[in-house]
Design a protein around this ligand. Structure first.
Ligand SMILES: [Zn+2]
Length: 153
């Protein structure tokens, strides 16, 4: 495993659309391992591949918010959304120190592949639903300064 550098602010990788992963090979496994390690080091909740300069449809999310289960989502699709809320301010490792108010669904269902290539369905609500939407947006080049209202605390 190795740490990767997190790209920030106006870096071009943050505004580009990522491509699907065709084959989950050794390089993808290495990338996912590195992303997990980088997420832990940065003390974040989620990290998407474009944030480490790789335009592939992969993100990782710390689904229990205690680093006990950092899960990879490869070729993710949001297949269901329900409700909305804006009760959390949202930050991003690529925009350190900034907070944004964003309305997101209350519940989401995501379909994705794991590192073994198996498809799984994952349902989340509240804070983790928000994290999944946030990371999924990165794969389409969408970042929180574009869609949120900045809050100065
Ligand atoms: Zn982010």
């Amino acid at each position: 495993m190795a740490l990767r550098e997190i790209v920030k602010d106006n870096n071009e990788f943050l505004s580009k659309k990522s491509r699907p992963v065709e084959k989950i090979d050794g390089r993808i496994k290495q990338l996912v391992d590195d992303m997990k390690e980088t997420l832990i080091k940065a003390d974040g909740v989620g990290l998407a591949a474009p944030q480490v300069g790789v335009l592939k449809r992969i993100f990782v999310v710390d689904i229990n918010v205690d680093k006990s289960d950092i899960r990879e989502f490869i070729n993710p699709e949001i297949i269901k959304k329900k409700g909305k809320n804006d009760k959390y301010l949202e930050g991003c490792l690529s925009f350190p120190g900034r907070s944004f108010k964003i309305v997101r669904p209350e519940k989401v269902t995501v379909r994705a592949q794991n590192l073994s290539g198996e498809w799984f369905v994952f349902e989340a609500e509240d804070f983790i639903a928000r994290a999944l939407m946030h990371e999924n947006d990165h794969l389409d080049g969408i970042t929180i300064p574009q869609i949120g209202k900045e809050v100065f605390e």
